[in-house]
Write a protein that binds this ligand. Structure first.
Ligand code: 3HC
Ligand code: NAI
Length: 708
């Protein structure tokens, strides 16, 4: 029996099960708390209070989750009543016991609904958490007030500041839920628990009255510690300190006053650009998964993987494959190199063992899935092979000729090249439709980005297979077209050039790095060079010397360092000086002297740069090249550029990526900057046709972020 067959009934239904009103939220895909769901929940509680035959209420979610939280798509739009805090308060005020039965996600507003209920049961597989911080928010429907009252300040701050998910067992231990159901049948478990509560004459029990903060002094001390740690750790993030403030209010103020403060702080977070950036990142990282080929084609088998080359990348890729539970066959050029390749892999696992994160038995078990050979014939059964040999077209072509010879029909042949022309590589063998680029980032077992580089002749199901591999490896794939550097390294080359030019014009590398860090990157461009090894870029520059536009500005400072063998951390000095074994460098006066000499050689009178100008130039270069990459179809949409920079290049997530950042600054401002900088170097600062077009039309990059 449906009591209220209103329009909302489609998303929230309620029906009598004996004396229990069963309220089911059915709003695919994740039961987010849209306005209709909020209205439906409110109506259900009203109905329960109004009907004397109802003795208790049970709230469940249909499908795979309880409730994934507020409807993130509504943020930034005009609010539609009823507000979630009011819905939660109404649930809590219900005069009959309300039980939340949790399976799958009970996150953010979803957990807040459960906390407003009077009793909670969860089953295995439940994910409970308050992840709002990851969206630049704080729990805004009573979560900062009810959670500490229920589980204490320390546990609440841990959950809310980390945004982590906890499981049913841990939730029970911390007092977040009252019961863990034995079976996975959420409805049966929820009904049984509710009937049990009724039989025991359990009364309404409101979380607002819970007493876990009774030791006020200890709770305040916990908050003080959290405040100090958060100030240190939150690196420019806005919401974490607001969270601490709200939890402090839970200790110091009556519940309703605390709720009011929470609301005020929540709205401040909603209005912050960080919220806009983080929510853009949330949707963008889901949108990149939907490349056109993944819709139209079915992935090929992925049961046996081959890797050619056991160096930095080959070994890292092999670890990523092993970690996904797949077998890997590694090919190297001789026995010694193969042994080194295996040793690189073992080193990763030995590191985990040393830190107590892996057992020796588990490592041995993983290594049974590794096999190595110096003969390509060992790849005869592989479904997909990833080549990661030297960055040399001739060497790669020779490897692909061997793959063409030995691999079975339908095997996917992938290259991890950073820059080389994959179209040409594909054309060099008899099965170009099977060739694709899989550009991993170093360390390949850690870094989340995987550029899937799509050459013209590749077949759609090969692209779909690459996306399937990314899923198995838990990587974030971004579809890219073939060009020099694809998406990420192409942008990197340009913003590095902007940084080099500023260095030669008068900014020190240390000032540039500091300004870029203050913007939110974990490292500045010169620290990155020192980490990756200056020799890598030097080799690329030498390779390209013959084809470089002679009219383009070329800053030689990095070459001067490399000529001295100063390759960065691994040689103890690069742009910075590194003491034995240290990874953090100190400024080097000799480097500054070299820079001075280079300025003299280039006839440049150094000038000062403000940190703000450094960031403006750095970002304008990045954004302009991002626009070029979209304009040329190398990236499907601006959001693909954003995800590339977020996942592969340390772009601060709370700024959403360079294209989102550009939209927030305003494209006319970015274009005006580029035109101003072009007065000094018109060749480098050529405004992208796409940027010009968008500004002329009064449009922004977001307008191009349509589904792929
Ligand atoms: N609002 C709107 N849409 C949401 C959503 C939400 N809260 N959560 C997920 N979605 C959408 C996704 O965008 C995706 O849409 P798409 O199919 O069009 O791409 C779809 O639901 C499925 O999501 P996933 O692909 O992520 O599905 P998974 O099964 O892998 O993961 C999940 C499910 C664990 C629930 C994950 O989606 C998730 O973590 N969601 C966000 C949870 C969250 O942050 N909640 C807090 C919201 S803020 C809040 O509640 C404020 C409150 O305090 C007032
Ligand atoms: P590396 O020099 O560490 O390893 C290359 C390995 O390939 C060596 O172990 C070598 O013995 C082996 N090898 C060479 N010729 C071979 C052949 N014919 N058959 C079998 N094995 C052969 O190089 P690295 O850094 O691992 O780079 C590999 C590829 O990955 C290059 O194309 C590079 O551009 C690309 N790449 C590198 C990144 C990095 O940060 N190092 C990042 C992303 C891509």
């Amino acid at each position: 029996m449906t009591l209220d067959p209103s329009a909302d009934a489609a998303l929230v239904t309620h029906e009598l099960r004996g004396k229990v009103l069963l309220v089911t939220i059915d709003h695919a895909p994740v039961n987010a708390l849209s306005a209709d769901v909020r209205r439906g929940l409110l109506a259900a509680i009203e109905a329960a209070d109004a009907d004397a035959s109802i003795e208790a209420v049970l709230i469940v979610g249909a499908g795979r989750n309880f409730i994934a939280g507020a409807d993130i798509r509504e943020f930034g739009k005009p609010p539609v009543p009823p507000a979630l805090p009011d819905v939660c308060n109404r649930i809590e005020a219900c005069t009959k016991p309300v039980v939340a039965a949790i399976h799958g996600a009970a996150l953010g507003g979803g957990l807040e609904v459960a906390l407003a209920a009077h009793y909670r049961i969860a089953v295995d597989g439940a994910k409970l958490g308050l992840p709002e911080v990851q969206l630049g928010l704080l729990p805004g429907a009573g979560g900062t007030q009810r959670t500490p009252r229920l589980i204490g300040a320390a546990a609440a701050l841990d959950l809310i500041l980390s945004g982590r998910h906890t499981d049913a067992k841990e939730a029970l231990a911390m007092g977040l839920v009252d019961r863990v159901g034995r079976s996975g049948d959420i409805l049966a478990e929820g009904l049984a628990y509710t009937h049990e509560l009724l039989a025991a004459r359990a009364s309404v029990r409101r979380t607002r009255d819970a007493a876990a903060l009774a030791d006020r002094a200890a709770s305040l001390a916990t908050v003080a510690t959290a405040r100090a740690e958060t100030a240190k750790k939150s690196r420019g993030l806005f919401s974490p300190l607001k969270i601490v403030e709200a939890v402090e209010a839970a200790i110091e103020q009556p519940f309703d006053d605390g709720l009011r403060l929470e609301r005020k702080l929540f709205l401040q977070c909603i209005d912050s650009p960080q919220r806009a950036g983080l929510i853009h990142a949330f949707f963008a990282e889901r949108e990149v998964l939907k490349a056109p080929e993944t819709r139209d084609a079915k992935a090929r088998a992925l049961d046996a993987i081959g890797v050619v080359g056991g160096g930095t990348m080959g070994a890292g890729i092999a670890v990523a494959v092993l970690d996904a539970g797949l077998p890997v066959t590694m090919i190297e050029r001789d026995d010694a190199s193969l042994a080194r390749g295996r040793a690189h892999i073992e080193k990763v696992y030995d590191g985990l063992i040393a830190r107590g994160r892996l057992s020796a038995e588990k490592k041995a078990d993983i290594m049974t899935r590794w096999s190595g050979s110096t003969s390509y014939d060992a790849l005869a059964a592989a479904d997909l092979v990833i080549e990661a040999v030297f960055e040399d077209p001739a060497v790669k072509q020779a490897v692909f000729a061997e793959l063409d010879r030995v691999c079975k029909a339908g095997a996917v042949l992938a290259t991890n090249t950073s820059y080389l022309d994959i179209d040409a590589l594909a054309a060099s063998i008899s099965r170009p439709a099977d060739v694709i680029g899989l550009h991993f980032f170093s360390p390949a077992n850690i870094m989340k980005l995987l550029e899937v580089v799509v050459p013209k002749p590749v077949s759609a199901d090969v692209v779909a297979t690459a996306f399937e591999l990314a899923k198995k490896l838990r990587k974030t794939p971004v579809r890219a077209g073939v060009c020099d550097g694809f998406i990420g390294n192409r942008l990197l080359a340009v913003y590095r050039s902007a940084a080099d030019a500023m260095m030669e014009d008068g900014a020190s590398p240390y000032q540039i790095d500091a300004a870029v860090r203050a913007f939110g990157f974990p490292m500045g461009p010169f620290q990155v060079v020192d980490l990756a090894g200056g020799d890598i870029g030097w080799a690329t520059r030498k390779r390209r010397a013959a084809t470089r536009n002679p009219a383009a500005r070329y800053v030689q400072i990095a070459d001067r360092l490399c000529e001295r063998g100063w390759f960065g951390q691994k040689t103890g000095r690069g742009f910075y000086l590194y003491s034995e074994g240290s990874r953090s460098g100190t400024p080097d006066p000799e480097v500054e002297a070299i820079i001075d000499a280079e300025r003299v050689r280039a006839g440049i009178t150094p000038r000062t740069f403000s940190d703000e100008e450094i960031v403006r130039r750095y970002m304008a270069a990045m954004i302009n090249e991002g626009a070029n990459v979209v304009h040329e179809g190398i990236a499907l949409r601006p959001l693909d550029v954003d995800v590339t920079l977020l996942y592969g290049y340390g772009f601060p997530r709370y700024r959403g990526g360079p294209m989102k950042y550009a939209d927030m600054v305003g494209l006319p401002t970015i274009l005006a900057d580029i035109r101003e900088f072009a007065k000094e170097d018109p060749l480098f600062w050529r405004a992208s046709p796409l940027l010009i077009d968008l500004v002329q039309r009064g449009a922004d990059f977001a307008s191009l972020n349509q589904p792929a």
